[in-house]
Design a protein around this ligand. Sequence first.
Ligand SMILES: [Zn+2]
Length: 237
Amino acid sequence: MLPLARHATAYASRIAIALVALAALTSAHAQALPDPGRPVLTPEWETLSCPVRTAPETGDAASLMAFEQRQRYRDVLGAYLARLPEQVDLALLMPVPSVRVAQIADTYAAARDGGRSHEGQDVFAPRGTEVVSATAGLVYEMSGRFRGGRSVMVLGPGARRYFYSHLDAYAEDLREGQWLEAGTPLGYVGNDGNAATTPPHLHFGAYDFDPVSCRFRAFDPLPFLVDRLPSADEAAR
Ligand SMILES: [Zn+2]
């Protein structure tokens, strides 16, 4: 073997070792896969391949954190979306069942600091009030978000994403990858994240997925929200 070729072989094996080490490192933080008991309902999503973004959009902390989270979840998004029903929900269950839809002051798209607009609705309720999933779906992410603080992201039918944030605590036994029915407890109202100076509330966001840009886009969930129907017992009182 020519010295140059030998050198190249050694170099290639060093790269291979580095890649194996990198894979081991990243797998330690790998995103949970969806509940293996869930059937594939929309197989076309399984081959979803989102572009690798090489840098955050801007250098601010929120952008860096979003970039890191997106990298972590990108590889498993298709596996999640494929296990969801195709038809979107025509109605969303009120995620704080003890509050009526009519009590929500519409603040969707209201101006927020840094030139942002409010991508969701706020449901005010005492700290510790139960928060439930507005839809069926899979728990995609439980994490501390830059603005939302303690948050749960649920992927629901029709490749929609629902975001529940500022939570005081998660529901016991809730885990990433878990299948939920509408009404399954997610956590408790709080003021974590950038709601620290406001009264406790749930920030509820809803998003459609755009497969071309591989991004979720906010829409106003308020027109779709319905009050939780009282149980027969409650109705009789
Ligand atoms: Zn909000």
